[in-house]
Ligand binder design. Structure first.
Ligand SMILES: NC(=O)c1ccc[n+]([C@@H]2O[C@H](COP(=O)([O-])OP(=O)(O)OC[C@H]3O[C@@H](n4cnc5c(N)ncnc54)[C@H](OP(=O)(O)O)[C@@H]3O)[C@@H](O)[C@H]2O)c1
Length: 302
């Protein structure tokens, strides 16, 4: 599995990332989850994506229990997590009656420290601000990042769902480079290709992470005209390229982009992870790539 250097001077991530948003739905025992993590690592998928709020604030701790005491395993992986959303009516973190964003220094630091405890580790490889906060004071975020970095609690920082100008604003106040912007991007969600997000990623050499690379499963189950068009095109191109599956061509489509997109896989099924790993060997031609683009937009290129 290829490694990707994140941002200037950032960590090495695996080209594919394992995402743990749906971890609770997988209903794994601690041993089963450890096995899943080990199998991902054996495939070279060493980067693990989390957020404080996943599973109503429970997924990080489930992951932490699974890797508990396995310091050699932990050191070989890169743990990414996020902060900044305060969920309303949480069973596990009560006290918020209206969901909101909080990128205040106090919240960022407390959230990172809690993620470290939950995941039974000493440090986070990367901390992301989960969503753009209209009340974000970039100086305050920079101050929190600097403290966490100085204390060795967090090694690198990034953003998620930021527009290019929001990313630039935060970067302008930091003495070190942000290493990624994690965004929604897939054959069903092309916006970052056209709104400047991926231009900025390429310009700054900050590889983006793509969440919901299969549209959160919509690619397989959706019934809209657009989804059916895209699915049919992926199937045809899969046959042309030697018998690859729909999910593999969708993955290869992201991998073909020059900004060096890292798909964040959401499946808990190791055979689907293996299929995605095989897709890293596919190189789509420009014509194939644009056939998928046209199926998604519903128009030929002008
Ligand atoms: N930064 C953000 O704001 C943000 C937002 C959303 C997600 N994320 C991150 O991105 C990760 C991925 O998001 P996602 O879960 O929406 O991604 P996804 O991979 O697009 O969707 C996963 C869903 O699709 C199904 N699926 C995957 N491969 C399949 C296949 N080959 N055939 C049939 N069904 C398939 C999965 O079911 P099975 O489990 O049954 O395979 C699951 O229900 C999350 O875990 C999280 O880490 C970040």
């Amino acid at each position: 599995m290829q490694k990707i250097k994140m941002g200037p001077g950032g960590p090495d991530f695996s080209r594919l990332v394992a995402g743990y948003w749906r971890l609770r739905e997988w209903n794994y025992s601690t041993d089963e989850l450890l096995r899943f993590v080990e199998q991902c690592m054996d495939l070279g998928i060493t980067t693990m994506d989390h957020a404080d709020i996943y599973g109503d604030y429970t997924c990080e701790a489930l992951f932490g229990q699974a890797i508990s005491g396995r310091s050699a395993l932990r050191e070989k992986m890169q743990i990414v997590t996020k902060c900044g959303i305060r969920r309303q009516n949480s069973q596990n973190k009560p006290g918020v009656s209206h969901q909101h964003y909080d990128t205040g220094s106090e919240h960022i630091i407390a959230s990172a420290e809690e993620s470290i405890r939950n995941m039974q580790t000493d440090y986070l490889d990367v901390l992301l601000i989960h969503r753009p906060d209209a009340l974000m004071d970039a100086d305050e975020v920079a101050d929190a990042f600097a403290k966490l970095r100085h204390q060795g609690k967090v090694r690198f920082f990034g953003t998620s769902n930021f527009t290019p100008s929001q990313f630039s604003l935060l970067q302008s106040r930091l003495p070190f480079p942000l290493v990624t912007n994690q965004i929604e991007c897939s054959v069903l969600h092309l916006e970052p290709m056209h709104d400047g997000t991926l231009d900025q990623a390429q310009q700054l050499k900050v590889p983006p992470m793509a969440w919901s690379p299969f549209g959160g499963g919509e690619l397989f189950t959706g019934t809209s005209d657009k989804t059916e068009r895209v699915r049919n095109t992926l199937e045809t191109i899969g046959e042309e390229t030697g018998g690859y599956r729909t999910d593999q061509i969708a993955c290869a489509w992201l991998l073909r982009h020059p900004s060096r997109i890292l798909p964040v896989l959401g499946t808990g099924k190791i055979e689907r992870i293996k299929a995605a790993a095989d897709a890293t060997n596919i190189t789509l031609s420009r014509e194939q790539w644009y056939r998928i683009w046209s199926a998604s937009t519903g128009t030929p290129v002008p």
